[in-house]
Design a binder for this molecule. Sequence first.
Ligand SMILES: Nc1ncnc2c1ncn2[C@@H]1O[C@H](COP(=O)(O)OP(=O)(O)O)[C@@H](O)[C@H]1O
Ligand SMILES: [Mg+2]
Length: 291
Amino acid sequence: MPLIILASPKGGVGKTTLTANLAEQLRRQGRDVLLVDLDPQNALRLHFGVPIQDGSGFMAERQHRPDWRQHLRRTASGVLLLPHGAMELRAALDLAIALDRDPALLATPLREMLADPGLLVLADLPPGPSQVLQVAAPLASVIVTVLQSEAISAAMLGEVESGRFLGGGTLGALSASRLHYVLNSVDFGSPLSRASAEAVARHLGPKLLGAVSRDEALGEALAHQRPLLDLSPAGAAAQDLRQIAAGLDALVPASPSFPAPQPVPAPVAHAFHPPATPPLPAAAYPLRRAW
Ligand SMILES: Nc1ncnc2c1ncn2[C@@H]1O[C@H](COP(=O)(O)OP(=O)(O)O)[C@@H](O)[C@H]1O
Ligand SMILES: [Mg+2]
């Protein structure tokens, strides 16, 4: 039922990396997770072994209104993944215009996903203001804003907290109360990174869900197209991610009307290139109940 979106005023701050790895951690905590890529970069799938040449996805064909379920894939740990799909610049601009005219193009499938009370939906957004953010933010229970541990993030805090990058005006102000923050790439060896992180943490207080240390293992995990939690489960970033996932779990507890899902057993280690995750056959979905 709940929707958590990961957004940021700035690109390259680790949104996609954190979305992928938080979804994995939440799944391991026993949640049923649907991961939706709303960023035309179409990079979320790469964290789960979908081959780079496989460009299919639900947003790329949105204007033809296909059933989004036909693009679902199940990752090794059981996270359900909806890739964005590859798009040329022209097609991405056309889609943004179509969404501006008809927000239901995205709002309808999102509402269908949220209709399942047992499902936690996590969406990766493009950086900065966007049409998809305007549609998704009003539906989200939690808006996680990812900031990087650097001076510019500390300087931008007032602007970010106003919610203006979520759409401005009254809509932005309404969304602002659901804003939470994660500080990424904290480098304790760098006095500037540390000072920025401390300033941001002091300012945000409990709105800061957690901080993730700068850890090469996150890039290595992406290079292997494997979750960090498989490759470096005891590393600094993995520990930070567990803490943030626990915070999110508490903010959007599992629906009490369903029996608590069993914790997922640790996945069996596989070779350097994991098997591609093909689209789920229609018969394999719904997983537990009708949509
Ligand atoms: N905590 C971290 N430590 C080290 N590298 C990181 C960390 N978080 C993200 N990265 C790296 O930063 C780059 C950008 O991350 P990405 O998730 O693509 O950002 P965004 O989605 O915000 O554009 C990637 O190469 C990723 O591996
Ligand atoms: Mg990204």
